[in-house]
Design a protein around this ligand. Structure first.
Ligand code: GYE
Length: 328
């Protein structure tokens, strides 16, 4: 949508007549700041963004922030200087975006959010958000756990009267972690079964496999014979934790119930192998709807402010059957 050289070369009258042709010829340019590559989910999300942009004929300026908010702010500032048509980004953390988004607004460049939520003083600083409902995901983690322990009449391994839970949390300050924590805790607090449970420990594993393993090792050092349930705010951390549990001589999914989030292929494989119990889906395939919405925004058409993608819940008993249909 930038003015093409052909357009400039023509006289003004001819240029006006040629406008629609020039627009059809010029690609929409979108700058996109991704968080990084911390998980299998994120890789699927990035691949989907790139594929969708290509399919819709959009010129994508893609930038990887390596988990740092300051890198995202720099990337957004560069996109503003490059006068892209629209800026998209995944906010690594919820807060701290007001200033840079005001800069984009002053430059009259619309901003769209993907995946994670953000908190800004003024919601007009972004036009739309396409993403995941992490609060609902946190609630589903509790509900699946509570149903499962009810159905299997689970007893505490240490003989006590409460089932002991450890929680691997995501990146500190990220909406995907905050939402899942709040959703889980609020569902627990409101449950008639709340007295069944005790949260032994909760710590961030930064959404990565390596840190999930490391933090689980330390949980096991303190509470090896007490832990009944692991709630992992993403599948990658759960997969790391499974290694720690096996190294400690325990059976994942049997001695310790393992519930993850994302529903990536690696977790399906773990469920098929009998090493994990369930995963709450978080759908990373958001590219198509994101860029279709962006094109509407650029045409001045009305769009919905917040759109959540569809998400399911998968347990080990369905894993083998569902696995071949999984797209990420
Ligand atoms: O669950 C995790 C990732 O923001 C919902 O980020 C996303 C989370 C996802 O890296 O694996």
């Amino acid at each position: 949508m930038r003015i093409s050289k052909t357009l400039l070369a023509l006289g003004l009258g001819a240029a006006l007549a040629a406008t629609s042709f020039a627009q059809a010829e010029d690609k929409v340019v979108i700058g996109f700041s991704q968080i990084g590559a911390e998980s299998e989910w994120r890789t699927a999300n990035t691949n989907d963004v790139k594929k969708a942009a290509e399919e819709l004929g959009i010129e994508l300026k893609f930038s990887d922030a390596q988990q740092k908010q300051e890198n995202q702010i720099k990337a957004i500032r560069t996109f503003i200087a490059q006068k892209v048509d629209l800026i998209g980004f995944v906010p690594v953390v919820e807060t701290g975006w007001d200033n840079i988004l005001r800069e984009a607004k002053r430059a009259k460049i619309p901003v769209m959010i993907m995946d994670r939520d953000l908190k800004v003083s003024d919601d007009s600083l972004y036009v739309a958000k396409i993403g995941t409902d992490s609060y609902a995901e946190g609630r589903k983690m509790f509900e699946w756990m509570d149903n499962y322990v009810t159905q299997t009449d689970r007893k505490a391994r240490n003989g006590g009267d409460k089932l002991n839970i450890v929680i691997l949390e995501g990146t500190v300050g990220a909406s995907a972690a905050v939402g899942r924590t709040n959703g889980f805790n609020e569902a627990l607090a409101a449950s008639p079964n709340k007295d069944r449970y005790n949260i032994l420990a909760a710590q961030t594993g930064d959404f990565t496999r390596a840190k999930g393993q490391q933090v689980m090792e330390s949980f096991l050092k303190s509470y090896r014979d007490d832990i009944d349930i692991l709630i992992s705010q993403n599948d990658d951390m759960a997969l790391g934790a499974i290694q720690a549990i096996e190294a400690a001589g325990l059976k994942p999914a049997q001695d310790i119930i393992i519930i993850g989030a994302d529903a990536v292929k690696g977790m399906f494989q773990a469920m098929i192998d009998g090493k994990a119990n369930a995963t709450i889906e978080c759908n990373p395939l958001q590219g198509k709807i994101f860029f279709e919405t962006a094109l509407k925004v650029l045409k001045g058409e009305p769009v919905q402010k917040v759109v959540y993608v569809d998400e399911g819940v998968f347990s080990a008993d369905q894993a083998a059957e569902v696995f071949p249909t999984r797209k990420y």
